[in-house]
Design a protein around this ligand. Sequence first.
Ligand SMILES: [Fe+2]
Length: 196
Amino acid sequence: MLPIPFNEATLKHVVERIRIVQDVLERPIVLENPSSYVTFADSNMSEWEFITRMANEADCGLLLDVNNVYVSSVNHDFDPVEYLEAVPHERVVQFHLAGHTNCGTHLIDTHDGEVIDPVWELYRLAHQLTGGVSTLLEWDAKIPAFPVMHAEVLKARRYMQSELVHSDTTSTVSEATIDDVATVPHPASFITAEVE
Ligand SMILES: [Fe+2]
């Protein structure tokens, strides 16, 4: 979770270690883009260029946290759409969605509230670009009553289905039942809700 400079030296460092882990496990692993709050004078490439080259050179998967893209885009003043369009979509195996805290001068990835509209729109784009992968809603502080979180999961499902509605006019977006939502323990003890 610590920030790193985006340059050839750290790219080589990271790729080598991903390959070692994958060789030991004998299977590909999936790496997530974090939120970040600082940049380095030593960086000479964008985060999306670094992520793309890392995934391609290490031959690993990506966990694309759409809220993290948004948080970092505000903190570092880059275009989140350019980020989403640039990463290798075929390597994305899961999305993360979460709320964050707006501190005025910067955003912090606090996972303690509802997903904001600009992030939902980025999620719609990411879903279209990748063709759709599973989504994990992260909400692990100020945890609300279950119906509130469940409503957020259903909202994610409506965004996931919007592409189907556009391509098939006979389809309608249906509300999922509570049985359709799996609440699973996160490895880091986060409370998460996954939409398949
Ligand atoms: Fe995440």
